[in-house]
Design a protein around this ligand. Structure first.
Ligand SMILES: Nc1ncnc2c1ncn2[C@@H]1O[C@H](COP(=O)(O)OP(=O)(O)OP(=O)(O)O)[C@@H](O)[C@H]1O
Length: 303
């Protein structure tokens, strides 16, 4: 490790940045992370003064760092945003109940309003009940589809213009790999965009899309942020797990690999014509068929 921080040349370095390999002190590390996210927000014109932003708050490290950074940058650079925490309670005992406690503590710490919507309330089914009925096959599909719609519904209740999520650079690079391996050209063309879901009525924004997961963990650890770090008790997404392992191996050899994969995805010119957009005849949500995926899955559960 260097004798002095490679940025300020004054204090002893405390960390070797996973993204750049620079040996830097803690204050310079914080500054790099904060300025990088500020740059991403400014250069992509992500927000506008007066907007209400629903922050998808799961209680995990990424969304906790997202809350911390947006709260800090909103004050420091006077973005003029109304920040609102939005948590979805999927109804998973021993997982989401604990992480929601972290969200509630952060609501108090940052003095931000919090809205919690639950699968039980919205659909009459918690994930615990769903797994009780269908077992551990396909349960992640239910959870993903319901969460997407629950976030939309919660954001509408709040009166938010947009939802921001804590997806980081590793998440996006993994998604590029997965879509490529699956030959899913529609998703491949879309998945690196900082704004997705504009074709629906509640777009998703990803201000952390260039932050490395390792740096998010370090930032949260150094600043002693309050988050919950256990994996979901139900089976993880095996396909994503494979892409994740591959990316981690690649990163050991070449730390830039994560960013390089994102940039490759950004440069791809693939057919991204969306399927025709319809309105679900039952719930009014966005759909590419007569009934949206959430309603179809609910029908299966209620059979
Ligand atoms: N139950 C939830 N309630 C609200 N937002 C959620 C929820 N689950 C996920 N999100 C949003 O989607 C993002 C990506 O979720 P994912 O399930 O990939 O978790 P993750 O990468 O472990 O993120 P985190 O560390 O924030 O939990 C989160 O950062 C958060 O913004």
């Amino acid at each position: 490790m260097q004798r002095s921080c490679e940025i300020c040349h004054q204090t002893k370095p405390a960390v070797k940045r996973p993204k750049t390999g620079q040996a830097i002190c803690k204050p310079c590390f914080y500054n790099c992370i904060e300025e990088e996210v500020h740059y991403t927000i400014q250069s992509t014109n992500l927000f506008h003064r007066g907007e209400t932003i629903a922050i998808g708050a799961s209680g995990g490290k990424d969304s906790t760092v997202l809350i911390h950074l947006l709260h800090l940058l909103n004050q420091k650079y006077d973005y003029g945003l109304n920040l609102h925490l939005l948590a979805v309670d999927e109804g998973i005992k021993g997982y989401r109940d604990d992480s929601l406690e972290a969200v509630k503590r952060n609501q108090i710490k940052y003095s931000l309003p919090l809205t919690i919507v639950s699968y039980e309330e919205l659909y009459g089914w918690s994930m615990d009940k769903i797994v009780g009925k269908i077992g551990l096959t396909n349960n992640c599909t239910y959870c993903g589809v319901f969460r997407r719609q629950a976030l939309d519904k919660g954001a509408k209740m709040i009166g938010a213009e947009k939802i921001v999520t804590g997806h980081n650079a590793d998440d996006i690079a993994e998604t590029v790999l997965m879509n490529f391996l699956r030959g899913d050209h529609f998703r491949l063309g879309k998945c690196t965009e900082i704004i997705t879901g504009e074709e629906g009525n509640m777009p998703r924004y990803k201000p952390l899309k260039y932050l490395y997961e390792k740096e998010i963990v370090l930032y949260a650890h150094f600043l002693k942020l309050d988050y919950f770090s256990t994996e979901c008790v139900y089976s993880p997404n095996a396909y994503r797990g494979f892409a994740r392992e591959f990316l981690k191996e690649l990163e050991k050899v070449c730390p830039r690999a994560v960013l390089d994969i994102i940039h490759s995805g950004e440069m791809l010119d693939v057919n991204t014509n969306p399927p025709d957009k319809l309105t679900c005849q039952r719930c009014g949500g966005v759909s590419s068929n007569k009934l949206c995926k959430a309603c179809l899955l609910l029908d299966k559960l209620n059979e």
